[in-house]
Design a protein around this ligand. Structure first.
Ligand SMILES: C[S@@+](CC[C@H](N)C(=O)[O-])C[C@H]1O[C@@H](n2cnc3c(N)ncnc32)[C@H](O)[C@@H]1O
Length: 225
């Protein structure tokens, strides 16, 4: 069962009762999209260059990349933005139609879902200077289709390492490293020791991400110290 819940910043997400986890932090779903992903990945600064490529891993409802699009367009309305979204479950992708977070660009995700039955494995959605390519499947496999040195930012947002340990292993982080530009930043909500060890083993450097409330700091990873 997937049940709608309200988080502490008054924005909606869903609780997956089977998995026993919600799709966003209960301290604030939209706050998390901004403060754990868009800000540490420096989306505002990237927007000034006029071109951003974002990999949204485990994209779910699309909050993280939709928020990044808002932040980028606020800085530079003409910025060309390409999002590749990797998600396993078409059911949660469709659920975006049932929520109304204060993220303008969530409307793009709603349009994408309305225009598609999500039966195809790849969905390409274009509007003005925004491109969203959704690839449905196991992200550990679908990421292998992505080009080397391509992305400026990676939002890495699987269920927790406790629930989904398979998503936090070295080979998947090595793939992330492969598709990152040398200047890219990967951000994730987890600061678990095993996650950081695996990030290091994949050849990336890590640091604390921002602290929100009383929760742990999250992690940012780069190819440079
Ligand atoms: C914490 S939620 C992410 C929420 C999402 N970022 C959002 O803004 O809605 C974790 C997501 O990982 C997806 N997932 C789980 N296993 C996966 C896999 N092997 N490949 C791709 N996605 C997976 C789940 O379906 C779920 O949507």
């Amino acid at each position: 069962m997937i049940k709608k819940i309200l988080t502490a910043d008054n924005t909606e997400t869903f609780l997956n009762e089977e998995v026993g986890e919600s799709y966003h932090s209960q301290t604030g779903a939209v706050e998390e999209a901004l403060k754990k992903y868009a800000i540490p990945c420096k989306i505002k600064e990237l927007a000034k260059t006029g071109n951003i490529k974002i990999l949204d891993v485990c994209s779910g409802l699309g909050y993280n990349s939709a928020m990044a699009i808002d932040v980028a367009l606020e800085e530079n309305l003409n910025c060309e933005i390409e999002v590749v979204a990797l998600e396993f479950d078409p059911v949660i992708v469709k659920k975006v139609l049932e929520v109304n977070p204060p993220i303008k660009s969530i409307e793009l995700y709603k349009e994408m879902v309305k225009d598609n039955d999500l039966k195809s494995r790849k969905i390409n959605f274009n509007k003005n200077n925004i491109k969203i390519n959704l690839i449905i499947g196991d992200a550990r496999e679908t990421c292998k289709e992505l080009p080397d040195n391509y992305f400026d930012a990676i939002f890495f947002d699987p269920f927790s390492p406790k629930t989904s340990p398979e998503m936090w292993q070295v080979p998947f982080f090595s793939e992330m490293s492969r598709v990152m530009k040398n200047s890219a930043i990967l951000a994730t909500f987890s600061c678990a020791r095993i996650v950081r060890e695996n990030i290091s083993k994949a050849g990336l450097f890590y640091d604390d991400g921002p602290i929100i409330g009383r929760r742990g700091p999250g992690t940012v990873a780069t190819k440079w110290v």
